[in-house]
Ligand binder design. Structure first.
Ligand code: ARG
Length: 619
């Protein structure tokens, strides 16, 4: 697609520059005396990045140093040669100024032409994709996330998978990929054995009638203690202790209940079907509050009919064999623990289901990539499952990327895994309630918020700010590290928080109300955006980097790249807005600055939306 001025409708300056560098490096490899293999090209092109210090230019390429070493030349000479060839690369001179001499040991600094920048940002203002081009090669990506074990109380750890997975899915979708989300519920595991046993031996009918979820939760917690029979736990819980005394074989009976369910025992199956809607209603309430929607919720139970076949097939191919009654896939040496796929009592395992799930997804969805957004403690499991699936040679396995998108633990302010005072891992719902309650305290504290808000407005704003704070606090962390959960920090109005970003949107957009400006008309007028002042130029360039930020999120499944970029954008906007008159400017300058404000508001809003975070008109 091209616009009237002959430029592509949506430019990604970094991609365009990387394409020019690619052509340059290819020509250098062809007759410039530097060997560059196709395999190293992507790595070299990644060395074309935003310049750390804007005074040197907008982008810089740093590959001359590495290339010079192998060619036995001086880095500066290689840089000069690259600069020379770069200017002849197709498309380069339309978008970029002729580069100056290399800086330092051989940095190649490039500046976007002001005309190209102004044209691109003008088009972005009129664009419903905000100037972000869709990917040239859309992929089919399955995102497996959230996936709690139902009938057990959900805890704060589950929020990480839910929030990170949802953000990744939204971002990939906006980039133009075909995304399929699947909530791989643990709906068939040993926790049901506990509940079934509890149901049969110690249920409270009145309790179940009054609050089925609470009763199932009680049974789970109680029977877990009974089955584990740990002296210290029993000492603290006389009800559990009495049950252990009465049923000394409870541990084995619990396992037998699970086995009966798996074998199709009609009584256990009927109870399971009775419990499932209760469990689903519980988690669906949370998803509704978090605004998370899944394309599929197949769950582990869906794959049960396939498990025996998986084991048989792996055995027939000689990949799995019996060892002490159990069946395992042997991936390493004789002494390395195998990946167990059937226990001695005939029960299938978590890994068996994951192998069946891979086979089913490849057959039905034909994905190019499957992302598993799961706690880092499961990395060993996924390594083994992925390796077993590859050796198994399931149809389509050669063409699929299987990726464990791991994340760290949520810690309390004491640095230990987050718990309430009572010592329980915090229930998710109570956590959301507390976030909203605390957010209510800051609602109306901003300038724009003081103007009358009624109770409904306040409740809506508190919910949006409270839930947004919890999500953002999680997303802005490097996902692989543990992070400290702190309501005080996440609700601060300054710094990289959702509240600050939501407030920024409300402020930017408040201008239009204040000035009585029709944003729709402003966009449709397609007034040329001016980039003459350095602060206008910096803001315009930052706005056009939205697509780059999203691309970088995809590369490594890291939503924090987007939060960091949005925070920078908000800073860039403040610098612009504090220094230059907008509503008080005149003529084309006023139109241009308003157009930049309009685009900033929309980009911030869209960025937050891609993180699953809502915005409000007033705080
Ligand atoms: N139910 C598991 C848990 O709560 C997570 C499942 C993740 N997905 C998967 N395909 N294994 O630990």
């Amino acid at each position: 697609m091209t616009a009237e001025d002959g430029q592509p409708a949506r430019v990604n300056f970094r991609s365009a520059l990387r394409a020019a560098f690619r052509a340059t490096l290819e020509s250098l490899a062809a007759d410039g005396g530097v060997t560059i293999s196709a395999a190293e090209m992507p790595g070299l092109l990644e060395q074309v990045r935003e310049t750390a210090d804007a005074k040197f230019g907008d982008y810089s390429g740093t590959m001359a140093m590495a290339l010079a070493k192998r060619a036995g030349k001086k880095p500066r000479d290689v840089a000069v040669e690259i600069i020379h060839r770069l200017q002849a690369a197709p498309g380069f001179s339309d978008l970029f100024e002729p580069p100056g001499d290399p800086v330092g040991p051989g940095f190649i600094n490039v500046r976007v032409k002001n005309e190209a920048l102004a044209a691109a940002v003008t088009r972005a203002v009129a664009d419903d994709r905000l100037g972000v081009a869709a990917v040239a090669l859309p992929r089919t990506v399955v995102v497996d996330f959230s996936s709690p074990n139902v009938a057990k109380p959900m805890h704060v750890g589950h929020i990480r998978s839910t929030v990170i997975g949802d953000a990744i899915a939204r971002i990939l979708r906006f980039r133009g990929h075909h995304v399929i989300t699947d909530n791989h519920l643990g709906d068939w595991g040993t926790q049901f054995g506990m509940i079934l046993w509890g149901w049969k031996h110690c249920r409270d009918d009145a309790g179940f009638a009054a609050d089925p979820t609470a009763e199932l939760g009680r049974l789970y917690r109680l029977v877990r203690k009974v089955a584990d029979a740990k002296p210290d736990e029993l000492a603290a819980d006389p009800v559990a202790a009495a049950l252990v005394a009465k049923h000394p074989a409870a541990g084995r009976e619990v396992l037998a209940e699970t086995a009966k369910l798996h074998e199709g025992d009609p009584e256990n199956r009927a109870l399971w079907e009775r419990f499932m809607p209760v469990c689903r209603a519980e988690i669906d309430r949370l998803y509704a509050r978090l605004h998370v929607i899944f394309d599929h919720t197949l769950g582990e139970s869906f794959f049960q009919p396939m498990l025996a076949g998986v084991v048989d097939d792996l055995m027939a191919r000689g990949l799995a064999r019996e060892s002490r009654g159990a069946v395992g896939v042997f991936l390493g040496g004789e002494d390395d623990p195998p990946l167990l796929i059937r226990k001695a009592d005939g029960a299938f395992l978590y890994a068996t289901t994951d192998l069946a799930t891979i086979q089913w997804r490849l057959a039905h969805w034909k994905p190019d990539r499957i992302l598993y957004v799961v706690d880092h403690r499961q990395s060993g499991h996924f390594e083994q499952v992925f390796e077993a699936a590859r050796r198994w040679g399931v149809d389509g396995i050669a063409g699929v990327d299987l990726v464990h998108v791991a994340f760290g633990t949520v810690l309390g302010e004491d640095g230990r895994p987050f718990k309430t005072r009572a010592g329980d891992t915090v229930g998710l719902e109570a956590l959301l309630d507390e976030g909203v309650e605390r957010a209510a305290a800051i609602v109306g504290s901003g300038d724009e918020g003081r103007a009358g808000m009624n109770d409904d407005d306040r409740r809506h704003v508190a919910e949006t700010v409270g839930i947004g704070a919890i999500k953002y606090a999680d997303l802005c962390q490097n996902r692989t590290t543990d992070y400290v959960f702190s309501f005080d920090k996440m609700l601060e109005l300054k710094g990289n928080t959702a509240a600050y970003m939501q407030y920024a949107v409300a402020r930017v957009e408040g201008i239009f109300t204040k000035g009585g400006v029709d944003r729709e008309a402003l966009r449709n007028a397609r007034n040329g955006v001016l980039v003459s002042d350095p602060k206008e130029r910096a803001l315009a360039l930052e706005l056009l980097r939205f697509g780059e930020a999203l691309e970088d999120v995809e590369t490594d499944s890291r939503p924090n790249v987007l939060t960091a970029w949005l925070y920078d954008l908000a800073g860039c906007y403040s610098t612009f807005y504090d220094a230059l008159p907008v509503l008080k400017a005149e003529g084309s300058e006023r139109d241009s600055r308003l157009a930049l404000c309009d685009l900033t508001g929309r980009v911030l809003r869209k960025g937050l939306d891609l993180l699953g975070i809502g915005t409000v008109e007033r705080m």
